[in-house]
Design a binder for this molecule. Structure first.
Ligand code: GUN
Length: 287
């Protein structure tokens, strides 16, 4: 039996419609949601991602403030730019595209962004709040994963969830979101022993390693829900972490690459920016 494909493109379009309507309401009160996107250097993949974000902003009536800096930018210059964006009332969300050049400390950059404008959810205060189960700005990809699962009516509570990959952007925070919904969560990584024996226990398997097709059908339990976060650009197109053609024959639900988690991430960025703008408009901004 072939799995149901979880259509991130279609679901993200629904989210965007809602964002657009709420943005129009805000605009009628004189507040136009604004997102600042900062790219340092000329990494081609990052250039594609920031252009997608700019287009997404335009599609829902947000303002976007694009800042392109050369790879030679020093950390102080970037921190000064962020300071300016923090105090700019037209900017409700700030995103600094990763990866950054090696000479810039990404942790210092994450800490420089005002927590209330941190639409990536990377500031230690927001990571702390997420971990403690306090309402906060949730990081976009993990939020998009859970949103998509819930959209398809997939019960998380009591399920055995296995996350492959422990990055700060995806693996760690998605494990926290799944845990907060009462899944039993295991996080695997490059030093995990006998990975297939762990992944085969998963009712919900999240692959976030960036290693193309590393999740093969022999690593997946019959009927599992499989979420593929990986996107690797190759000559023959975008490839996920999951061997889609084989795994879809065993899974109950699966996300495609492209058209799965990627569009959900952008939709969640818009939702987070809207949330920041709404909080600002209602004067409930946390200090
Ligand atoms: N690079 C890859 N994913 C992300 C993300 O979610 N946010 C930022 N800022 N950079 C990224």
């Amino acid at each position: 039996m072939s799995a149901i494909i979880m259509d991130g493109k279609a679901v993200s379009a629904l989210v965007r419609e809602e964002v657009k309507e709420r943005a129009a309401i805000l605009a009628s009160k004189g507040v136009k949601p604004g997102l600042a996107v900062v790219l340092v250097g000329d990494d081609p993949a990052s250039q594609v991602y920031v252009r997608q974000k700019e287009k997404a902003c335009a599609s829902v009536g947000f303002a976007s403030f694009m800042r392109y800096l050369p790879a030679s930018t020093d950390e102080r210059e970037l921190l000064d730019l962020i300071d300016g964006l923090n105090s700019d009332p037209a900017v409700h969300g700030i995103l600094v595209q990763l990866p950054l050049p090696k000479h810039i400390d990404k942790d210092r950059v994450a800490e420089a962004i005002g927590p209330e404008k941190d639409v990536d959810g990377f500031h230690p205060i927001n990571v702390g709040r997420l971990t403690l189960g306090i309402e906060t700005m949730e990081p976009c990809t993990p939020k998009g994963i859970v949103y998509l699962l819930e959209h398809y009516g997939i019960d998380i509570e009591g399920k055995r969830a296995v996350v492959v990959g422990r990055s700060n952007i995806v693996g760690k925070p998605v494990s926290i979101l799944l845990l907060s919904r009462n899944a039993t969560v295991t996080v695997c990584h490059s030093r995990t022993k006998d990975l297939p024996s762990v992944t085969r226990q998963a009712d919900i398997l999240v692959a976030a390693t960036g290693k193309p097709k590393m999740i093969t059908s022999s690593m997946v339990k019959d009927g599992a829900v499989v979420v593929d976060v990986g996107i690797t650009r190759t000559q023959s197109g975008l490839i996920g972490d999951v061997d889609f053609d084989a795994v879809k024959e065993m899974a109950s639900y699966i996300t495609p690459v492209p058209g799965g988690i990627g569009p959900m991430t952008i939709a969640m960025l818009l939702l987070n920016t809207l949330k920041a703008a709404e909080a600002c408009a209602s004067g409930s901004m946390r200090r």
